[in-house]
Design a binder for this molecule. Structure first.
Ligand SMILES: CC(C)(COP(=O)(O)OP(=O)(O)OC[C@H]1O[C@@H](n2cnc3c(N)ncnc32)[C@H](O)[C@@H]1OP(=O)(O)O)[C@@H](O)C(=O)NCCC(=O)NCCS
Length: 167
């Protein structure tokens, strides 16, 4: 992806009111709720902005964990017998309609992986809860694997992510 976008922490300077990714819950979350979650330390939000300052996409990150019993046996076998393993959850990811299909979703995913990998706090994997089958297919395309009973719950071990090309 060309360096047309900056990715930075959401702040008061960003205009959230015009964001439209085509999904009403994701629009509503971004325009009405995200700042409360950030203020309460339950989510961090990062935005991609154009050179004109418009928000082209956003994602959120928060701490999470995966019950060891939910992981595929071949993954769990290589982990210590703790009840759960630490993870980072990408709670939401959305690209404005105007900017879809240009690699920005992949770039934000790469940015989330970089932040998770560069944190001083250990996490075994990035996890997502895909909102539908299409979103799950996009994540699977990037190497995410299912865990647990929910077909939309997916994880990507950060050790694997280290080897992925960065957008
Ligand atoms: C899903 C979404 C984030 C993708 O963002 P985007 O910028 O349009 O996607 P990109 O251009 O980065 O493409 C991502 C990759 O997924 C692939 N992809 C797209 N649709 C796919 C599908 N149905 N199945 C498999 N792979 C798919 C693309 O080919 C691309 O792969 P590549 O980088 O190897 O070429 C965006 O369409 C969006 O905001 N949708 C509405 C909200 C949403 O569904 N969010 C997911 C939250 S769970």
């Amino acid at each position: 992806m060309a360096a047309r976008f900056d990715i930075e922490k959401l702040s008061a300077k960003h205009d959230r009111s015009r964001f439209d990714c085509g999904s009403e819950p994701l629009n509503r979350y971004f325009t009405q709720q995200v700042t409360q979650d950030v203020r309460r330390w339950v989510a961090a939000c990062f935005v991609a902005t154009t050179s004109a300052g418009a928000v082209a996409g956003y994602y959120t990150l928060a701490s999470a964990s995966i019950p060891l019993a939910d992981l595929p046996p071949e993954t769990a076998r290589k982990l210590p017998r703790y009840p759960s393993v630490p993870a980072v959850r990408m709670g939401r990811l959305a690209i404005d309609r105007q900017f879809k299909g240009q690699g920005l979703g992949a770039a934000l995913l790469a940015d989330a992986l970089t932040r998770a990998l560069s944190s001083d706090i250990a996490a075994f994997a990035l996890i997502v809860d895909a909102k539908d089958d299409v979103a799950a297919a996009v994540y699977r395309h990037h190497g995410f694997i299912g865990f647990g009973d929910n077909p939309h719950a997916l994880f990507l071990p950060l050790a694997t992510a280290k080897t992925l090309p960065q957008a």
